[in-house]
Design a protein around this ligand. Sequence first.
Ligand code: TNX
Length: 530
Amino acid sequence: MKKTIWTLLLAGTFAASACKESPSLSDSAIIPLPQEINNASGSFNLTPETGIKVVGAGVNLTEIGEYLAEKLRPATSFDVPVSNEAGQIVLELADGDASEAYEIRISEEEVKITSSGEAGLFYGVQTFLQLLPREIAHASAQSVDWAVPAGTIKDKPTFGYRGSMLDVARHFMPVEDVKYYIDQMAVYKLNYLHLHLTDDQGWRIEIKSWPKLTEIGGSTEVGGGEGGYYTQEEYKEIVAYAAEQFITIVPEVDMPGHTNAVLASYGELNPGVNLPDGDLTTVTKAPLEYEMQLKVPQASELYTGIEVGWSTFNTDFELTYAFVDSVVREISEITPGPYFHIGGDESHVTEKDDYVYFVERVQDIVSKYGKTSIGWDEVATAKLLPGNVAQFWAKEENAKLAKDQGNQILISPAKKAYLDMQYDSTSRIGLHWAAYIELDSAYIWEPTEYTSGITKENILGVEAPLWTETVANRVDLDYLVFPRLTAIAEVAWTKKERRSWESYSRRVSAHGKRWDIQGVGFYRSPKVNW
Ligand code: TNX
């Protein structure tokens, strides 16, 4: 009897340790979960001799190889040379349409990542990095057995637009913080960063033809801090940094509401002050000459509170459109991506007809400069140009209006995808006007079923915005963004049939350990066994 117990115990221990030594590929904690994973026996081990071989004719192939090498070098302390000649980690750009799909084949001898697009190779690299022991996240040498389980992964995104937004207007974010965010987005295969560059509280991008926008409009932020702005050179630096990680910047100039920072910078654009006797109706439809005859206009005051919906451009001033034209032109010239976001949300003090007229004119300006407009869902109350996009955040009927016009919808439901919502009533920062969003709630939803009548073919993709009324620095950002950003990334990438909370919550706990290593101050959701 005794002997049997010992045998059982020993066998159990042996099985447990055997299991620990060779976890299978499908047990790995990859986020977003790949569409297909097949296990094989054995493992690939990174050694001091391991190199990276790049194969194919892509212009950025060596950079992708170097990106991987730079992620591997600090913790392994291996050289990891990158070349066209030799290496056990092969990055192969195959013929075919540039694609985000990739395959990884891992044997004991070799890791081969293949894609017909550079973006796909980059995503293969991200997946491979997540297969390594978590110690790879350290910035200094670790002594670890750098083993990766053998098998194959075939993967591709469900949605082509997988985004996040940073509101750098309510609280300004220095370039370094934006780059940090880009680095994190890349890990989770997000490919669009929407920058909310202007709002009532601040104007954050240099416009050479209207210099007071940043001089005055950029001089403060929510709470009265000193604010800030990006010079055009800095903006270009962000664009280029993002592009290296296959992320496209989408600039937003929010209008006709959310424009107090403009009205505080240029009194001549301010309808509130141009009014004879404060009567708006007498100046509507005023011709340009009449506007110019008005008394020296006064700018509004800078604003550092967090109310919304109280400011507006005068949609009848020709000067307003001359202004919008210069802004769209200057920003478009330094934005290689296809989209220009025109805002359009919460224009509560703009007459409905004026709003529609304004949105239609601004769409024309954006199109003149070669860009496609995206606007918050209210823009669908206007006639959208073909190809333009409505970003659903609040009103289903607006999403429906966009669909009925044959336009696509970017899905950002405030109740699910808003990273600025509190997790629960005890969250130290965040708002809760839309919902409390615990991690499971951010994960458990499906974009193609969320809005009635809006199906896969109507959807451009998914975006998770971080509004920053309560976010003053990177510590605040980490707390609201992590882990929820990874939940939204998986919702956008992995098909519905593959997703489950049980699997995700196990995998996200492994990411928590990496965040701890990197000093990312994430929210330890009680729903996860960290
Ligand atoms: C609504 S969402 C807004 C923003 C606020 C946000 C706060 C949207 C298009 N407009 O102006 O920052 O709520 O959660």
